[in-house]
Design a protein around this ligand. Structure first.
Ligand SMILES: [Zn+2]
Ligand SMILES: [Zn+2]
Length: 231
């Protein structure tokens, strides 16, 4: 079987920021407002759009045309690994589900067509990890897909993705132990405390006893210059 360009990487055309910053629109760390905040959405989706744009140009198709919809359907029907995973996601985002009318793969939680479309995309990851896709890219993809379809997931899981996305975006990845600790804090209703932390390690290291504010000013302590954990 000819190996033309199987599993072309996705999301690597845009240089990602080295550190987390605050979004000038929603005021949260960039990514945390995804996808409702336009700036957070633009910054994150840029990784996906860059790949889709290259595909459009190679096919000589203009965005917003019927031809683009046709290309999206072709991408989803092509064999797994033919296109970057980002293009598969973008194709899903462009198309409407014929059964529930929602965004394909992100529609009604009970829609079987959406469930099938969503499930099909993950074959890429299982076959491409860890080279053509890094664990960080996989986690980023999972978080973005989940945040685009929050009604299809448990609230605590969605909250975990929201907390994680700014740090995933800059290339960080939590350990399994950190993920479990953070999940426990989310289930304990400590989102506000978690949202003030500057990385997975800090979120995981919240003291077990709830931190009590010395005053009730409501001021949020921000450390925009703090470095996320590198690995
Ligand atoms: Zn934002
Ligand atoms: Zn559907």
């Amino acid at each position: 079987m000819a190996q033309l360009e199987t599993y072309p990487p996705g999301g690597r055309r845009v240089v990602r920021p080295a550190t987390v910053t605050f979004c000038p629109n929603c005021g949260e760390l960039v990514g945390r407002g995804y996808p409702d905040c336009v700036i957070c959405a633009e910054r994150i989706d840029d990784l996906w759009w860059a790949d889709w744009q290259v595909l459009l140009e190679s096919e000589k198709i203009r965005p917003g045309t019927d031809e683009e919809g046709g290309l999206a359907r072709k991408v989803l029907s092509d064999e797994v690994g033919r296109h970057p995973w980002t293009c598969t996601d973008w194709a899903l985002w462009l198309l409407r589900c014929g059964r529930c009318g929602g965004q394909l793969g992100s529609g009604d939680s009970g829609c079987m067509a959406c469930a099938a479309a969503d499930q099909a995309r993950w074959a890429w990851d299982y076959q491409a990890l860890p080279d053509a896709m890094t664990p960080n890219e996989h986690a980023l993809r999972v978080a973005v897909a989940g945040l685009r379809a929050p009604h299809r997931h448990r609230g605590s899981v969605v909250t975990g993705w929201r907390l994680a996305l700014p740090f995933l975006f800059v290339g960080d990845l939590p350990t399994t132990a950190q993920t479990q600790r953070i999940r426990g804090h989310v289930l304990a209703g400590r989102y506000a405390e978690l949202a003030r932390q500057q990385g997975f390690a800090a979120m995981a290291c919240l003291p077990d006893l709830p931190w009590r504010a010395q005053n009730n000013s409501g001021a949020v302590h921000r450390e925009p210059d703090a470095q996320p954990d590198q690995h």
